[in-house]
Design a protein around this ligand. Structure first.
Ligand code: ZN
Length: 191
């Protein structure tokens, strides 16, 4: 991955808009897999219970894939992983990932320009940064994943240090990273 790709994908509205259908397709596949697996609690069949979800940073309508167990006595909600969202954050997940990553790859001034273009204030960016250092870096999910990464990934520069481990052309590294992070937007995040 290189920082130019990252910068262009979030700074330019057309690039952001172009990425969204790609992510939407991946989410549809993740939802399809969840549907096939059935209810994680009782194994019952799932019914669709999608709901509209606001997304900032991309001009698009979006619906979050979600399911509800068909069994009367269970009725649990199953929310599959997503590459479009990251937990409860209102900005599109890739914007959260790329903007926080670029804090370690670009000058402070360039990051400030990107923030302004996206309407992300300083406090929000600080909150995202804390999320990486506190929730993410201290999670069981990361402890397990980190052990498989050689050489070790520097937790202090997440998610930049993780992103550079994904290879490929164009947006492939970013898509790889978003897939890796997709469990974080389930109803029971892997924290
Ligand atoms: Zn069930």
């Amino acid at each position: 991955m290189n920082k130019q790709t990252g910068e262009s994908v979030i700074s330019d509205e057309n690039s952001r808009a172009a990425l969204w259908p790609v992510l939407t397709k991946i989410d549809a596949d993740l939802a399809e897999q969840a549907l096939i697996q059935g209810c994680g609690h009782c194994g019952g069949a799932l019914h669709r219970a999608d709901y509209p979800r606001k997304v900032r940073g991309v001009r698009a309508e979006s619906r979050r894939h979600s399911f509800c167990c068909a069994r009367e006595e269970c009725r649990r909600r199953e929310t599959p992983g997503s590459v479009r969202f990251l937990g409860r954050k209102v900005y599109a997940g890739f914007i959260v990932v790329v903007l926080t990553a670029l804090r370690h790859g670009l000058s402070t001034e360039r990051v400030r320009v990107l923030q302004e273009q996206l309407g992300v204030d300083r406090r929000t960016l600080e909150r995202w940064r804390r999320w990486w250092l506190e929730q993410f870096a201290r999670s069981g999910f990361w402890r397990v994943a980190r052990a498989r990464l050689v050489p070790p990934v520097d937790a202090a520069t997440l998610p930049w240090s993780l992103w550079v481990r994904f290879t490929g052309e164009g947006n492939a590294p970013l898509l790889g990273l978003l897939r890796f992070l997709s469990p974080w937007s389930t109803r029971r995040p892997p924290g």
